[in-house]
Write a protein of this length. Structure first.
Length: 246
């Protein structure tokens, strides 16, 4: 059943990885889908062409999630071309791991700009174009709630900030019948965290299941949260991590 027909979605960072998997699943559900990307213009256009083959409208827009003006311009383009935004998925994110004493102010600012400020700016701009029944879904990380190794302080900080943002936004936007939730993936096989990478073995040891998840796994959960059956869910966290944090 196409539960997302007549909906318009924007997924930030949809050219590759989890964002591409989410955008595909929303398009398979019948939603028109816009994606943003930073550098991968060709991959983003290929994704958009794939979505169009499913019979939905699709748009790829270059936008740096670390730059408020760029995000606002992209959202203006999406609303001009597609009409409005019913579903916003704040997926674009960066990660780096470094010894705490080695971390610089520049690294702090960089991860804050993309993973936190970018989510705030995109949400604020999208809400202007979002009718009642709208859905905002932030992509956090299971490391927002548990950091099992050294080096991840800034990444964990940036993702745990989304928990507070989610709860506060849910309160503010509830009267408009817009829901806000955060999804916390665990190890998902992407360029950021390849299942064949040197860090993979240590991650698998932490899991209840014995393998990485896929972008499609995250897409399925996000599609549920974007759909009609999740209307009473807001201000909530959803961990999808193969049991990493259990
Ligand atoms: P990837 O690095 O594989 O893909 C990142 C995507 O985000 C790309 O589409 C990239 O665009 C885009 N992007 C990166 N920086 C920016 C920016 N400044 N502005 C706009 N777009 C940007 O990451 P994943 O798919 O693995 O991760 C997606 C999200 O999921 C992130 O928020 C990440 O923190 C989170 N996550 C991932 C996990 C994992 O194991 N993979 C686990 C937990 C959370 P381009 O192609 O143009 O570079």
């Amino acid at each position: 059943m196409k539960t997302l027909e007549n909906k318009i979605a924007l997924v930030t960072g949809g050219s590759r990885g989890i964002g591409a998997g989410i955008a595909l699943r929303l398009a398979q559900g019948g939603a028109d889908v816009a994606i943003t990307y930073l550098r991968s213009a060709e991959a983003a256009e290929t994704q958009a062409a794939t979505f169009r083959e499913l019979g939905v409208r699709a748009l790829a827009v270059q936008a740096d999630s670390g730059d408020p003006a760029s995000i606002r311009a992209a959202i203006g383009r999406v609303t001009a071309d597609l009409g409005r935004i019913d579903i916003l998925v704040n997926n674009a994110g960066i990660a780096f791991y470094d010894d705490f004493q080695q971390l610089s102010i520049e690294q702090f600012d960089q991860i804050s700009a993309v993973n936190m400020r970018g989510v705030f700016v995109a949400s604020q701009a999208a809400v202007d174009a979002m009718p009642a029944g709208g859905r905002i879904i932030h992509i956090g990380s299971c490391q927002a709630n548990r950091m099992p190794h050294a080096g991840g302080s800034l990444y964990a900080m940036s993702k745990s900030a989304l928990i507070g943002l989610t709860k506060g936004m849910a309160r503010d936007l509830g009267p408009r019948k817009i829901t806000v939730n955060v999804v916390h993936p665990g190890p998902i096989d992407t360029d950021m965290n390849p299942a064949s990478g040197t860090m993979a073995g240590g991650q698998i040891q932490l899991m209840a299941l014995d393998h990485f998840g896929s972008a499609a796994d995250i897409g399925a959960l996000v599609a549920f949260l974007a759909g009609p059956e999740s209307a009473y869910i807001t201000g909530a966290e959803f961990t999808i991590d193969g049991g990493t944090n259990c």
